[in-house]
Design a protein around this ligand. Structure first.
Ligand SMILES: Cc1cc2nc3c(=O)[nH]c(=O)nc-3n(C[C@H](O)[C@H](O)[C@H](O)COP(=O)(O)O)c2cc1C
Length: 458
């Protein structure tokens, strides 16, 4: 479905932060790679460039808990995202701060307090990115033998979110009266405690942190399945999704906007932001060379193993310079675990479209999963606007090849073109992440003004 205001919608942009960058060999080009995952100065450098570009938000993905397999091959996400973003909030002034935490592991009261604290500390720049994954590493880290079935996973997530949002609303600013004469600080009569007894989670009482500057922190959600869409259309303000091809992206976009509408929501208040992995060069040849130079640092056997894992095949089934063995892939489909089906399906569709060999597929960001575009600033800006103007996205979560050079190329070469087209801000015009994203401040319906009756009284 075309966008409401084709040709006018502002582009929303997040930066998906990894200290080294998203290209799997980026770290080999950088000094002191062994300290990168925990180097706060490296994160501050990234945040500073992103804020210079007036980008909407820094986005920290995460795997809950344990050391991920990825760490065997590249710098990984070592630091707790909420703690790291709290530190970055003090090194920045406007950029939004999106922290990924799980709705499967841990307790909602802890997450409610962490994100509400980040919202106060950052003066209204916090967002919570909901994930529902249950990777073997996370299950093991939390001492669980097995995960939840699909339906139970989303039921658990819904209970989690209901408690978090209930707690976010539980201590309105108006309840903090600080009345010196009566020696009353919080007026108990104005507190709105939750009382939830769920199948998975329960909570009673009010949160220690009062309602923050945004009314509620922004809620992102990362997912892909039909259940995920229904969940996101109910609870999220913005969806982080993986879309490698424009047609399925348009269907996803139309579906979630329709679901939002069916829930009585304004579809413009549910943003769709797929991941995008741009590699920039001043000419196309230079961009291709930049990618080839980086790709030379990749371990092709590891990538072939990853591709084989996506397809539930043996690496020997994938000779590097042959086209993908579509028959074998189709036969192995039932063995692919649900949670890894999105990159599989999309890599496959893209491989068919471009006639890729195994090697080409392996070099197309199969680990990060997101769509790669290699080209000039003009080509990348045009691609971004094409997706916005044909109803495929409201913006993108940018994966940067190498930090901070790749981000600086976006900021200095791509964003000026979006600005020239009148589609990206030249300055921040507000203080909160909700403001940057065009999302209304959240108002608790209990505080909304009663509708005033006007006119004939019909
Ligand atoms: C774009 C995108 C980003 C995601 N980011 C993370 C992440 O940072 N950490 C994580 O553990 N899971 C992440 N996930 C996994 C989702 O939370 C979810 O578990 C997965 O998509 C499977 O559920 P679904 O098929 O119902 O969407 C991400 C998924 C998508 C689509």
């Amino acid at each position: 479905m075309p966008a409401a205001n084709p040709g006018r919608k502002p582009v929303r942009l997040g930066v998906n932060v990894l200290a080294s960058g998203r290209h799997d060999a980026a770290w080999k080009t950088l000094p002191d790679p062994e300290t990168l995952p925990t180097d706060i100065d490296a994160f501050i450098r990234i945040a500073t460039v992103a804020e210079r570009g007036k980008i909407d938000a820094l986005f920290l993905a995460d795997g809950p808990g344990g050391l991920v397999d990825e760490a065997l091959h590249r710098p990984w996400r070592a630091l707790d995202p909420v703690t790291l973003l709290a530190a970055l909030s003090q090194a920045t002034s406007h950029i939004g701060l999106v922290a990924t935490t799980s709705t499967i592991f841990g307790h909602p009261t802890i997450v409610a307090r962490q994100i509400a604290s980040l919202d106060h500390i950052s003066k209204g720049r916090a967002a919570w990115n909901i994930i529902t994954s249950q990777t073997p590493v996370a299950l093991a880290a939390f001492g669980l033998e097995q995960g939840f079935g699909q339906e139970e996973r989303y039921r658990r997530a819904a209970e989690f979110v209901e408690i978090v949002t209930g707690l976010w609303d539980s201590l309105p600013a108006s309840a903090i009266v600080a009345d010196r004469d009566r020696t009353v600080f919080v007026d108990k009569a104005l507190v709105r405690p939750v009382a939830v007894a769920g199948r998975h989670f329960s909570a009673r009482g009010a949160l220690s942190a009062p309602v923050g500057p945004q009314g509620r922190p922004v809620i992102f959600q990362a997912g892909q399945s039909e259940d995920s869409k229904a969940f996101g259309a109910r609870y999220a303000d913005a969806l982080f999704t993986g879309q490698r091809l424009i047609e399925p992206a348009r269907r996803f976009y139309a579906d979630v906007k329709a679901l939002a509408r069916a829930n009585g929501r304004d579809p413009d208040q549910l943003l769709v932001m797929p991941g995008l992995f741009p590699i920039v060069g001043s000419t196309e040849a230079e961009a291709l060379r930049r990618k080839a130079d980086l790709d030379a640092g990749l371990d092709i056997d590891f990538l072939r193993g990853e591709l084989a894992r996506h397809f539930a095949l043996d690496p020997d089934d994938l000779p590097l310079d042959a086209t993908l063995p579509y028959d074998k892939i189709a036969a192995a489909e039932p063995r692919v675990p649900i949670a890894s089906r999105w990159p599989r399906k999309q890599i496959l569709a893209e491989a068919v479209e471009h006639g890729w060999t195994v090697r080409q597929a392996a070099l197309s960001n199969i680990v990060g999963g997101h769509r790669m575009i290699v080209g000039t600033p003009e080509a990348i800006a045009a691609d971004i606007l094409h997706w916005l103007d044909t109803g495929a996205a409201d913006g993108f979560n940018l994966n940067i090849d190498v930090q901070t050079s790749g981000l600086a190329d976006i900021v200095d070469a791509v964003l000026p073109l979006l600005r020239k087209a009148g589609r990206f801000r030249g300055e921040y015009t507000g203080q909160t992440l909700r403001h940057h994203l065009g999302l209304a401040r959240y108002v608790d319906p209990r505080d909304a003004e009663p509708l005033r009756r006007t006119g004939t009284g019909r």
